[in-house]
Design a protein around this ligand. Sequence first.
Ligand SMILES: [Zn+2]
Length: 218
Amino acid sequence: MDRQSLDQIVNEVIAQLNKNDVTEGIPIGVSARHCHLDQEALETLFGPGYELTKKADLSQPGQFAANETITIVGPKGSIEKVRILGPLRKASQVEVSQTDGFKLGLKPPIRESGNIYGSSPVTLVGPKGSIYLKEGLIIAQAHIHMAEEDAEAYNVQDGEFVKVRIEHEARPIQFEKVLIRVSSRYKLEMHIDTDEANACAVRSGAKGKLLKAGQADA
Ligand SMILES: [Zn+2]
């Protein structure tokens, strides 16, 4: 083998290693019910000047689970110890599963995080007060966080819907409408809620295979 073709092979191998391995699969993260608060809601629930304290970092950079929890209330019932995720946002939002919606007696729509216009009302109760949100309760649409390099490697764009297949010896499943969310702040991970995870016996750490819409099943 001559020197030139050896260099070429080495360069190709390095290029492959540097590329994100799209055959590896998308790591799955299961999101339990949680809420995001704005400044006003935090102070109403926990008192003026209150600041969240960090319990643990989340997989997405900068996001954290707070030590603080609240109770959420609907016409049929309430759910205690709903974790607050930080940092604070511009608008309060509560993300639950369909099962939680039944328990509360509310009908949250399936939405992309942040899109709460016209969503379900819900009451939040904290140690120092309560607040009635006219909208803000949603079921999060299954989605994949990824950085620009990942989007390139998987040949997808922000806002696109893809399919994701998760293998399991007893309960394999295929998600048909998974939203791609691209940002330099994101780390590659697919988020599903507890109902979706239980439907296919999936736990955090499992991996899914991304299929472009229209692409044949695995
Ligand atoms: Zn997410």
